[in-house]
Design a protein around this ligand. Structure first.
Ligand code: ADP
Ligand code: MG
Length: 697
């Protein structure tokens, strides 16, 4: 029999091709991956309510016996349902020694198989008063048909999962339970014994069973601790490995002072801010030294990171080296390109996947022969054909959009080139160390002095017309505006306007005197780029958009941003969106339209009005959302953490980090017998791991 790791999930009973596909979409292909599909929460079923104590209107749990079962068809309308149709109704009378209650399910005739009179069941749902009778409609249920079932419910904490299509809580629980019963004994422990012992960690099998079906609340906590430790550990390992490797490497000592740089700076139409000067000095020192630079440049939107990156490029180029500058989207790459292409003394090229083969090949040649000094591009830079003659510096914009392995891939195109990574997403300091522990950090913590703070105003829905009027004023003065919607298509259920419909409404209504454009995520990338370019060349006055409006878009003539249903956006997201205006010397406005909503939503809007500094906003965001949610997003490279919570479990994270350092100091290549399984697990988690080890080594 195979291990959970190499058993495809379709070998499990009850998994046909359809279900296997649903799981595959969620990234679950093997039984082991199913084990790592953790519950979202638990229901405490120790508190069973005696039937006599049930209160109508409340969600309650009862443990009862089936007394009688009946099924019939009905034309009667179940409460709250539309249309007159034939219904199959399964009605089950259940009770304990304090009373009776009736349960009904609609159109699930197969349920009759489960509710044999005399069987013990647990029911969970809302209790209603139906006439004078107590009734539960469509309650969740657990049939305690056998020993295993009874045990499953006995711990009290029952797992509740996010359900893949076609599953009920019950069927998913059964599936996971059966898989655990069958395959758990063969699971391979990845954490070496010493480490588990020193940190009082459960073994993997015990942790997995108790994360899904806790024997008791204490063991659930222990399981959570063990699995979080494992995540931290596996997450930190490559980071620290890179750091160790870097110390042994010899990179390029660039000629960081020189004519190209001096000349460029002397021609800039502005003075550097103190922060920019400091950061440029840090980079200069780093690049001049022979150990490879790996530097993270953090700075709020509009703080002037790009100019700094160009300075770094010149430091490399003036000594005869080439530079690769990678941005996450074509439009951003092009924007960077536009900023430097006028530099006469340099050969600068833009490389994106939309170029045709011939153009690409020409650029490949130029790169290979060393004729191109600076190539700016997207993922296209990672392609095989891109070979440098003398790559000296790699610059990566918006770090969180790229994986670590992509970073490694690009730098492997040179011999230990220097690396500069830029990000506009501020993160609290303690976390920065853990996440980017292999990098040195530079921070630009001020905006250019000519920058006016974006005036931010809040309008209730009923006063929306005023916001539109302000926007029209901007447009009449020859400036441009963005109007952002949370969704593409409107939703009646939520009463939200969508970008598409509003585009056609606005262009014949409130903004009929102006040219409007529409951009959203369902348009092809080329189409999005095309619309952005038209907007940039000022042929569109107002752009109707969803949040696809890219981070980093720099159009100084856009001075007005309207955000509709502002309560539906996260705080950091609102801040990034607002960063699209206020990029020139004219005063800009950001108009939030919202009726508030939850307390949290109001908190976010208040913070937007009060603060303009990105680091301050990030702190507030953290306070409002709590660390779990803040880092729950697929950003910061933290998406690999499924249950561990770096802020709430700071101590555990530190322990994991210490253990990683200890382990790597003893066995850097993970070749000792007790570390073999760990290496396997790493390779499995990070498919590019081998490549990456090579790049790191
Ligand atoms: P970031 O990449 O950090 O979001 P950019 O580098 O795109 O910011 O800079 C935003 C704008 O500010 C650009 O148009 C840039 O030319 C300009 N800029 C950069 N540094 C300064 C400065 N010290 N003073 C005035 N304007 C600046
Ligand atoms: Mg930028």
């Amino acid at each position: 029999m195979n291990t959970p790791q190499d058993t495809p999930i379709r070998y499990l009973k009850g998994i046909g091709p359809k279900r296997a596909k649903v799981f595959a979409q969620a990234g679950i292909n093997t039984v082991e991956e199913l084990f790592y599909y953790f519950p979202r929460r638990y229901e405490d079923r120790t508190n069973f309510v005696p039937v006599a104590g049930l209160k109508p209107g409340e969600i309650q749990t009862i443990r009862v016996k089936v007394l009688a079962l009946g099924q019939h068809d009905s034309w009667r309308l179940p409460a709250g349902r539309q249309g007159r149709r034939r219904f199959n109704i399964t009605e089950v009378a259940v009770g304990d020694n304090t009373g009776k209650v009736s349960c009904v399910w609609f159109n699930q005739p197969y349920l009759a198989n489960y509710f044999k009179p005399g069987t013990e069941v647990i029911l969970y749902g809302k209790v209603e008063l139906y006439g004078v009778k107590l009734q539960m409609s469509n309650p969740e249920f657990e049939v305690l048909a056998d020993e295993a079932d009874a045990r499953l419910a006995a711990g009290g904490l029952v797992p509740v999962y996010s359900l893949p299509a076609g599953f009920s809580q019950r069927s998913l629980r059964r599936l996971i339970k059966n898989a655990l019963d069958k395959y758990l004994p063969r699971i391979k422990e990845c954490l070496p014994y010493d480490i588990r012992k020193r940190n009082n960690l459960l073994n993997l099998a015990r942790a997995l069973i108790n994360i899904h079906f806790p024997e008791n609340p204490e063991l659930q906590k222990e399981a959570y601790r063990r699995l979080s430790f494992e995540e931290f550990f596996l997450f930190q390992l490559p980071i620290i490995l890179r750091k160790l490797k870097r110390k042994d490497k010899i990179g390029i000592a660039h000629k960081a002072e020189g004519e190209l740089l001096k000349d460029y700076i002397s021609r800039l139409p502005f003075q550097f801010t103190a922060s920019q000067k400091k950061v440029i000095e840090e980079i200069k020192l780093d690049m001049a030294s022979s150990s490879p630079m790996q530097r993270l440049l953090q700075g709020d939107v509009g703080s002037g990171k790009t100019v700094v990156a160009i300075c770094a490029s010149l430091m490399a180029i003036q000594g005869g080296y080439q530079v690769a500058f990678m941005a996450p989207t074509e439009i951003l790459a092009r924007q960077h390109y536009e900023k430097v292409k006028a530099e006469k003394k340099l050969n600068i090229k833009l490389l994106t996947s939309s170029l045709d083969k011939k153009e690409k090949e020409k650029i490949y040649r130029g790169i290979k022969e060393g004729k191109i000094d600076l190539v700016i591009g997207t993922h296209a830079l990672l392609e095989e054909g891109v070979r440098f003659r003398k790559l000296g510096l790699v610059i990566i914009d918006e770090q969180h959009k790229f994986g670590v392995s992509q970073r490694a891939l690009l730098s492997a195109k040179g011999a230990n080139p220097d690396i500069l990574i830029m990000t506009a997403t501020p993160i609290p300091r303690t976390l920065a160390i853990t996440l980017y522990g292999d990098l040195d950090a530079s921070i630009i913590n001020e905006l250019p002095p000519d920058r006016l703070t974006v005036k931010t105003l809040l309008f209730e829905q009923s006063r929306k017309a005023e916001a539109y009027r302000l926007a029209r004023q901007e447009l009449k003065a020859g400036r441009q505006a963005y109007i952002i919607y949370p969704v593409i298509e409107e939703s009646y259920a939520l009463d939200i306007a969508g970008a598409k419909k509003m585009f056609s409404e606005l262009k014949t209504g409130e903004f009929k005197d102006f040219k409007l454009g529409l951009i959203h995520g369902k348009l092809k990338q080329e189409e999005q780029d095309r619309v952005m370019l038209v907007f940039k060349s000022n042929k569109i006055d107002m752009l109707v958009s969803t949040t696809v409006l890219e981070v980093g878009i720099d159009i100084p003539n856009a001075t007005c941003m309207i955000i509709e249903h502002a309560e539906r956006f996260g705080l950091s997201q609102l801040h990034q969106l607002r960063g699209r205006v206020g990029r020139g010397s004219a005063e800009s406005i950001c108009l939030l339209i919202s009726d508030g909503g939850t307390i949290q939503a109001s908190g976010r809007l208040a913070a937007m009005i009060k603060y303009s500094d990105g680091f301050k906003i990030a702190e507030e965001d953290l306070k409002i959302r709590g660390p779990g949610e803040f880092f729950g997003r697929a950003q910061h490279g933290l998406s690999e953490l499924k249950i561990a919570d770096p802020l709430a479990q700071m101590q555990l994270l530190k322990r994991a980090r210490e253990e990683v350092v200890k382990l790597l100091n003893l066995d850097e290549r993970l070749e000792n017998r007790q570390n073999i399984l760990l290496k396997e697990k790493l390779a499995q988690r990070f498919p590019d791991y081998e490549k990456f080890m090579i790049a790191a080594g």
